[in-house]
Design a protein around this ligand. Structure first.
Ligand code: ADP
Ligand code: ZN
Length: 614
């Protein structure tokens, strides 16, 4: 006999084993304990409250700020024959009444509620009633628990009142969950939600299946397109841009190049925005070009890439945004193009903002940490985790720096020349002009300012323009140069530049690799194919399985991944089960789904075997 948790995991969810701390968490909460769960995106948090909900008497109340997501969660549970519903502002009065009716009748196991709804006096009374006369409350799950933190970008004031749950229903276990990794947020969650006595379950935040890459920008659009053509010709992904205008322009451009790309930002008409989001979720292979307004609450598991055309604001932002890729655990790419212009404009934006000075200082530090990451030659996984206080051995084999180690060069002399050129031209010119002076170009501007008479004129001929550009970018990123807003982005020296200028401090630069337009090498392709995902795109059976899944999804008005995840479909493709029994052993095929879809998918396999795929 399997332990009850394992049995349910298998029968309901179709999984053969727990992941990481899941088992410990499930057992702890099922036994009535409070828990704080810190797990990265894609780590499998939902199961940590869904399973105990099934193991305990009564209804589990799940607080979530993400209205859009509740529908998906409920759809997914319904597919598993778990009685679930949600209550939020999207329901009209009749529909809401029906849900509360089911609640009191004991007709629900899991109820998702928005925090503002939960805190309504009427709802709290309903919970009292549930507890005294009805089936009881199994547990409270507080999802996205970092929303209590005032310093995060997802602050929700109602979250701070959730202590009422503890005060009013002291005996009901609470489980708070978040994918936000930093210690200050964690402490704030404990304090604000009164979870001092809760057991903490902290997972590694490494996203081992994400391949991080930072490339130097020269022509961002064509670099992006080369990346898409090379690695994601048919995949769903997100392209992040800083401004609404750039979102629209980029989406339009991609569209004109034949990509299925849609824009998303807070300024779009809500109807269009929602329609675009819906297409991204419900269809395959849609590229969403978006500001960071897009993402929270998107739990589409098969986002295969996240591309940044502009810098994120911090390491936290970068980790969170790239983290939307590869929730299903299959290989995914985080790709960023970045250049000097980005550093300059981000710094200017921070300076020009109207945040109080101490806040700006924090933001500048956060940006600097991100720039340090971009310029680093160390393993990306290691650098990211170190930022969040976790050790990683490095050598991940899954980032640009590990796959193609970056050479460094002694830039002490070059740095001195560049800094000296900034100084002698009066600390007010931009990088284009500075490089022209270093290269000894007789331009109109050079003559106008008499810069051909300077000692730095033409001293930099040993390097070419792109190398100088790389030098300036790295000097700005390292904080030796800063931009002067009053002089339209001219560069000036910082205190930190002095010892370098005096030749007292050596400087090492990374050697920017030539921007490659190469096709993926055979070896690389083979390596990725072995990971089990890439290269299946052309397989007719894979196409047939996906087509069947899409039909089933359309019939029911749910996203395809609610029927089966890609990982499940992939296992079906590789295992080619011939009987319901064999199909039932595939990860992600529980009893309910086997009964619902087993015959459909066996038929697809059978047709393919008979040579009539489709
Ligand atoms: P999170 O909320 O932490 O981002 P989810 O709960 O959405 O993660 O789970 C991420 C993915 O992992 C989902 O596709 C889920 O079905 C899958 N998953 C979770 N637990 C397991 C498990 N024990 N075995 C196999 N797949 C799992
Ligand atoms: Zn690495």
């Amino acid at each position: 006999m399997m332990a009850p948790a394992r049995q349910l995991l298998h029968d309901i969810f179709g999984y053969s084993a727990f992941r990481g701390a899941q088992q410990a968490i499930v057992e702890h909460v099922a036994a009535g304990g409070d828990a704080l769960v810190l797990m990265p995106t894609g780590g499998g948090k939902s199961l940590c409250y869904q399973l105990p909900a099934l193991m305990r008497e009564g209804v589990a109340i799940v607080v979530s700020p993400l209205i859009a997501l509740m529908q998906d969660q409920v759809d997914a549970l319904t597919q598993l024959d778990v009685q679930a519903a949600f209550l939020n502002s999207s329901l009209d009065a009749d529909a809401a009444r029906e849900v509360t009716g089911r609640l009191l009748r004991g007709d629900l196991k899991i109820l998702y509620v928005a925090p503002e709804r939960l805190l309504m006096p009427g709802f709290l009374t309903l919970l009292d009633q549930l507890q005294s006369e009805g089936p009881g409350i199994a547990l409270f799950a507080i999802d996205e628990a970092h929303c209590v933190s005032q310093w995060g970008h997802d602050f929700r004031p109602e979250y701070r009142q959730l202590t009422v749950l503890h005060e009013r229903f002291a005996k009901v276990p609470r489980i708070a969950l978040t994918a936000t990794a930093d210690a200050p947020t964690r402490n704030e969650i404990i304090e604000r939600l009164a979870l001092e006595d809760a057991q903490q379950f902290v997972s590694s935040f490494d996203r081992a299946n994400i391949r991080y890459r930072v490339t130097q920008k020269n022509n961002a659009r064509s670099q992006l397109e080369a990346f898409l053509e090379r690695e994601h010709p048919n995949d769903a992904g997100i392209v992040y841009c800083l401004s609404r205008r750039k979102v629209e322009e980029t989406a339009e451009w991609l569209h004109s190049r034949g990509w299925d790309a849609l824009p998303y930002h807070a300024g779009l008409d809500p109807a269009i925005r929602n329609a675009n989001q819906r297409r991204f979720l419900r269809e395959e292979g849609v590229i969403m070009v978006a500001t960071v307004a897009f993402g929270m609450g998107i739990d589409k598991p098969n986002v295969r890439f996240v591309a940044h055309l502009d810098l994120p604001k911090s390491m936290e932002g970068y980790y969170q945004e790239t983290g939307r890729a590869g929730r299903d655990g299959l290989p995914a790419n985080a790709w960023m193009a970045y250049g000097l212009g980005d550093v300059v404009s981000m710094r200017q934006m921070l300076d020009a903002g109207d945040a109080p000075e101490d806040r700006k200082r924090v933001e500048r530090q956060k940006l600097d940490a991100l720039l340090g990451f971009c310029e680093s030659t160390a393993c990306r996984h290691q650098t990211i985790l170190r930022y969040f206080g976790e050790e990683h051995p490095g050598n991940c084999g899954q980032c640009d720096n590990c796959l193609e180690p970056v050479e460094t060069w002694d830039g002490t002399e070059a740095a001195r020349m560049a800094l000296s050129c900034v100084y002698r031209t009066g600390q007010r010119f931009g990088v284009v002009h500075l490089i022209e002076v270093l290269l000894g170009k007789q331009t109109e501007k050079v003559e106008q300012f008499g810069h051909h008479l300077l000692t730095t004129f033409g001293i930099g001929k040993s390097l070419a323009q792109p190398q100088w550009s790389s030098v300036f970018r790295q000097l700005v990123a390292a904080g030796l140069l800063e931009t002067d807003i009053e002089h339209y982005g001219g560069l000036r020296l910082t205190e930190a530049a002095r010892p370098v200028l005096r030749g007292e401090q050596p400087v090492w630069f990374r050697h920017d690799p030539e921007v490659s337009r190469r096709k993926v090498s055979k070896a690389e392709r083979a390596a990725r194919a072995r990971e089990g995902y890439e290269g299946v795109g052309d397989d007719p059976l894979w196409q047939a399985l996906r087509a069947r899944r899409m039909e089933l999804a359309r019939d029911q008005g749910v996203p395809p991944y609610v029927i089966f995840h890609d990982s499940t479909l992939l296992e079906i493709l590789n295992q080619r089960p011939q009987t319901l029994d064999q199909l039932g052993r595939i990860t992600g095929v529980g009893q309910a789904k086997l009964a619902r879809y087993g015959d459909d998918f066996l038929k697809v396999l059978e047709d393919a075997a008979n040579g009539s795929a489709g």
